[in-house]
Design a protein around this ligand. Sequence first.
Ligand SMILES: CC(=O)SCCNC(=O)CCNC(=O)[C@H](O)C(C)(C)COP(=O)(O)OP(=O)(O)OC[C@H]1O[C@@H](n2cnc3c(N)ncnc32)[C@H](O)[C@@H]1OP(=O)(O)O
Ligand SMILES: O=C([O-])CC(=O)C(=O)O
Length: 380
Amino acid sequence: MTVKKPGGLAGIEAGQTAISTVGKNGKGLTYRGYSIHDLALQGTFEETAYLLIHGELPDEQQLADYKQKLISSRKLPNELANLLELLPAHAHPMEVLLAGCSVLGTLEPENEERTAGDIADRLLALTGPMLLYWYYYHHNGLRVQTETPDESLAGHFLHLLHGSPPEELAVKAFDVSLTLYAEHEFNASTFASRVTASTMSNYYSCITTGIGTLRGNLHGGANEAVMELITKFQTPDEAEAGILQMLAEKQLIMGFGHRVYTVSDPRSDIIKGLAQQLSALADDGHLYALSERIEQVMRREKNLFPNLDFYSAAAYHFMGIPTCLFTPVFVLARTAGWTAHIMEQRSNNRIIRPIAAYTGPDQLTWASVDRRRPPTEESR
Ligand SMILES: CC(=O)SCCNC(=O)CCNC(=O)[C@H](O)C(C)(C)COP(=O)(O)OP(=O)(O)OC[C@H]1O[C@@H](n2cnc3c(N)ncnc32)[C@H](O)[C@@H]1OP(=O)(O)O
Ligand SMILES: O=C([O-])CC(=O)C(=O)O
């Protein structure tokens, strides 16, 4: 087993969960006992979301009811649409989601009738509409209708994005990617949401905590950073030379490495296969071959494997998703996992409050403000 260097709580068991296993034998992943391969390739995101939030896979009737509930939750409240129009066009869509989610919390607060599970379903249905309403209002001056007849969340999102019924392959690939992104044990954003839940805060606060934590490039923001990276190069040879140069400069290569997996990220081959299929139909399908070369170089030079974010970038790009929406799409999917963890934390709660090893100065002598001097090198 590879031993991680200390820091960042690496290798520390910070609590228990029955929701997912990550990194079993260095590469395994299950959600509530089901393998990620079965869930992603044989199921749908709706089944996965139901499994995570309700604890069990739905039967036929439960799934039909669940899909209907999501379909009927797609309409944006007018107040929320107004707010989205007021936000600046240059905002990052992750900020848009933070604002949108907070506003929804004021309009449809959590209470005895409206539970965390209900709000989770509402957010699953509304995240795409919030993003795309804001996006088209500011980029094209359009007020898009956020309801479409599409049965699935994946089809609905792509339909709103492109303004026409989406291709079957794109819907399948997007649906699979949502399942892959849905849950991942004590990753940074989920752990942060659990910390918020542990203070007995409300559901919306837990979710906005997750969104804010997901945004960084070392976590969910990596999928956007990967896109910036791969579009710097025109050919695989150029990519190889560029990556070697970046490694020589000790730069991080986004989309590689993982805190828990030691052998491979089991989600990567699934999204890679879909990226390859999509590339055959895309104008700039060369980005796939270029990404593969980067993977080869990273294995050879650093023994590092791609994580889910690496091939998600090319796959989303081939689906026509603008880069600035990649991490927000991750939010849409991870809302299911965050919700499962918030519920699990609430069901057996103790405030999460570790201790710190103090490294500051020993007790200093107080001086009144007129007698204070800037610290010297020796006093530092
Ligand atoms: C869905 C997700 O959120 S997956 C993660 C998405 N994030 C990224 O892709 C960002 C790029 N990757 C990384 O920064 C890291 O691999 C992380 C954040 C994913 C994991 O971090 P850690 O567990 O702390 O990795 P760790 O520091 O132990 O890495 C070991 C060594 O490999 C190096 N390394 C790790 N990842 C990379 C990388 N992507 N590029 C270059 N070197 C890397 C580290 O610099 C470190 O080298 P050092 O020992 O000389 O300092
Ligand atoms: O588990 C992690 O640290 C990051 C990750 O892959 C995820 O959240 O999907």
